[in-house]
Design a protein around this ligand. Structure first.
Ligand SMILES: [Zn+2]
Length: 252
């Protein structure tokens, strides 16, 4: 018997009407790479309180079509910025300033987390006409309250930079770092390029590799070229899989 092939899971963060043309461009890029609908979209219900999904029907129709084609749909925060006053944010969050105030769930209290999760889930389910039970916190940062609210509401999947777990039963589904890119400054872009090149080598032994894109990653040609290279490299050795599949067969 041959060993099962190692897996690759792709996802696109920060999906909102603000970046509609760019998101279509990345979707076509995935198509051109042979990915098709085998990736996850992380949807923000009302990005920065300026881009409410409900007011962008053309965008909603498009994501509904992609969901019907098989793209996995995750809730990704509600506003995608940290509404906790700066002086109340834990030190951990202030130190990790890399998130530039986008850590909406990093310092949130349980009640507020529960309200936003409930509202976000109900909104997406209404717009997409299908169940939504997966969540990724903006900047991958979760307060204890956020984790408790996810468990209480029975979300099936959540992830941070280092793992994917099921809040519903606490099971850890895979432990491996995510490959992601930072486009905000030349220094960050440079370190992203190095991390991406190294990771395709250092993560060869991992059963599951996650590869995350953000709309801004396609602003810089240098990143675009590396993203294409790394995907080709990963897809050569690995089978495209989904987050949902991790629930049936967690990584070893
Ligand atoms: Zn995000």
């Amino acid at each position: 018997m041959t060993a099962p092939r190692k897996r690759l899971i792709l996802c696109l963060h920060d999906v909102s009407p603000r970046d509609f043309p760019r998101i279509v461009e990345i979707d076509r890029f995935y198509e051109s790479m042979g990915v098709g609908a085998r990736y996850a979209m992380l949807l923000v219900p009302n990005l920065w309180r300026k881009w409410p999904l409900r007011e962008h029907s053309e965008f909603v129709s498009w994501i509904r079509e992609r969901a019907a084609a098989g793209v996995e749909m995750f809730l990704h925060g509600y506003y995608h910025y940290d509404t906790t006053p700066k002086n109340e944010r834990p030190l951990r969050v202030r130190i990790a300033h890399a998130v530039a105030g986008e850590g909406e769930f990093a310092a949130i209290e349980e009640d507020e987390a529960e309200r936003r999760l409930r509202d976000g889930k109900a909104l997406l389910e209404d717009l997409l006409e299908r169940p939504v039970d997966s969540f990724v916190a903006p900047a991958w940062q979760y307060s204890q309250g956020a984790k408790a609210a996810l468990a209480k509401l029975g979300f099936k999947l959540a992830e941070n930079r280092m793992s994917v777990w099921s809040p519903a039963n606490g099971a850890v589904l895979t432990k491996s770092p995510v490959i992601a890119y930072a486009s905000r400054s030349p220094a960050r872009r440079a370190s992203s390029l190095i991390w991406s090149r190294l990771s395709t080598i250092t993560m060869k032994g991992c059963d599951v590799v996650r590869h995350a894109l953000h709309p801004n990653d396609f602003n810089a040609d240098s990143l675009k070229i590396e993203i294409e290279r790394s995907l080709r490299d990963l897809m050569r050795d690995r089978q495209l899989s989904t987050y949902r599949r991790l629930l049936e067969t967690p990584a070893q």
